[in-house]
Design a protein around this ligand. Structure first.
Ligand code: CMC
Length: 429
């Protein structure tokens, strides 16, 4: 007999179906609860709410497990390429050689952006954060491809939108940086692979030859893979929610970019480096900052620590920590003072009762910023790098939501405001 849960309300029993996932996660289906009882559930921050069924990413926060379409993140980070992982997330299976060649070839064909896009850059004040420019320009793609906003996209049109977005995002991302620096914008190089081309557009100048460093390419590939999806996190839920209103892929991803920008989410990688630099500037005393993080009267948090879901360790952080050591070694930067401060901070926090009791461990952002810095990526661009990595996940989740014809997302609330009262004219208030 199928498992059910019983809810007793005012002496009346209500039976709730139990839904079980393939990894045996269980949920009560409360879809009919309001109709049956007049009650809704309240779950601020969605800590216990399954917003959807999804076959893309499995995450077990207690065990520190992360798998894309069943494949462990550790294996993908070691053996795969970013585009292969993108294909896996979006289409559900690892590609054959022919499929991957075709996918990469399609992406390569679409790397250029419309020349009018360059003019949009001119309108942004020079202090504009790259994430603001990125989200604006991704949304602006709807202007260049107006058919992309149709709610009735056929599979071929959907495919083309996906390819365009994967192809153009690195170009737009690199240009946000070049534009802010006042450097000439580099056109993509289609003889290079995805990561190498991005680095070329970021760092080359028309005046000199740009040498691609394979250590840097390989580190970037790994970082993008580790960020590629993370089930129903804040930005992904945003992409699905916006998309559930039948908004376009570009509009939905643009909204996700804004969610990711928040310092409690993807913006944390920028904050980590800024925090490490502040500690260094202050004389390097990590205990002072640990004390600040523990002080409930101080809003300071140890950036790069803690996670809503991982309560033992973040498997991505484990991989990134090893990668950071390798990259710094390979680039001769193993004595970096920021790395030393990061290591001290990690040690201090991992042995401190406050952090132990609350299960606060380094998360993916703690070490990613150190690698980005070693690769020469400017701090302001860190969250853009996260967005570049998360893009296949957003696309896969948007596509799944569309293909499953999920209803528009529309949460309920518990109203706590004024009871009905009559309007008074301004002179009577
Ligand atoms: N430093 C100090 N105290 C912390 C921290 C921290 N980084 N994180 C959580 N706490 C404390 C918090 O004050 C609370 O203490 P108490 O129980 O005494 O009130 C307790 O730990 C639980 O925290 P919470 O805010 O209820 O936990 P949450 O699940 O709502 O928040 C989080 C998760 C990631 C937003 C939070 O840990 C945080 O702000 N971390 C720093 C920002 C960060 O690194 N974000 C990147 C997350 S990983 C990348 C991504 O996927 O977005």
């Amino acid at each position: 007999m199928a498992e059910t849960a019983e809810l007793i309300l005012d002496g009346k029993s209500i039976t709730l179906p139990v839904i079980e996932g393939t990894e045996h996660e269980k949920a009560f289906d409360i879809g009919k609860l309001r109709d049956q009882t007049g009650y809704v559930t309240l779950d601020s921050g969605y800590k216990n709410t399954g917003a959807t069924k999804s076959a893309i990413t499995f995450l077990d926060g207690e065990e520190g497990i992360l798998r894309y379409r069943g494949y462990p993140i550790e294996q993908l980070a070691e053996k795969s390429s970013f585009l292969e992982v993108a294909y896996l997330l979006i289409y559900g299976a690892l590609p054959t050689k022919a499929e991957l060649d075709n996918f990469s070839g399609q992406i390569t064909k679409h790397t250029l952006v419309h020349e009018d896009m360059r003019k949009i850059f001119d309108g942004f004040p020079s202090a504009t954060h790259p994430m603001a420019i990125l989200s604006s320009l991704i949304c602006a793609l709807t202007g260049f491809y107006p058919q992309s906003v149709s709610p009735d996209l056929g599979p071929e049109e959907m495919e083309l939108n996906i390819i365009r977005l994967l192809a153009k995002m690195p170009t737009i991302a690199a240009w946000t940086y070049k534009n802010n620096m006042g450097h000439p914008l580099n056109y993509p190089r289609n003889d290079m692979d995805y990561c190498a081309n991005f680095l070329y557009m970021m760092f080359s100048f028309p005046t000199e030859k740009y040498e691609i460093n394979p250590v840097v390419v390989s580190a970037l590939n790994k970082l993008l893979i580790l960020h590629a999806d993370h089930e129903q996190n804040c930005s992904t839920s945003t992409v699905r929610l916006v998309g559930s209103a039948n908004a376009s892929l570009y509009g939905s991803v643009s909204a996700g970019i804004n969610a990711l920008w928040g310092p409690l989410h993807g913006g944390a990688n920028q904050e980590v480096i800024e925090m490490l630099e502040a500690i260094e500037k202050d004389g390097g005393d990590t205990s002072k900052f640990i004390a600040k993080a523990k002080d409930k009267n101080d809003s300071f948090r140890l950036m790069g620590f803690g996670h809503r879901v991982y309560k033992n360790f973040d498997p991505r952080a484990k991989i990134i920590k090893v990668a950071a050591d390798e990259v710094l070694q390979a680039l001769g930067m193993q004595d970096s003072p920021l790395l030393k401060i990061a290591q001290e901070l990690e040690q201090a926090a991992l042995t401190d009762q406050y952090f132990i009791e609350r299960k606060l461990y380094p998360n993916v952002d703690f070490y990613s910023g150190i690698i980005y810095k070693a690769l020469g990526i400017p701090t302001e661009m860190f969250t853009v790098m996260f967005a570049l990595g998360r893009l296949p996940g957003w696309i896969a989740q948007w596509k799944e939501m569309r293909e499953n014809k999920e209803p528009i997302g529309r949460p309920r609330q518990i109203y706590t405001g004024e009871l009905e009262r009559d309007y008074t004219t301004i002179d009577a208030r």
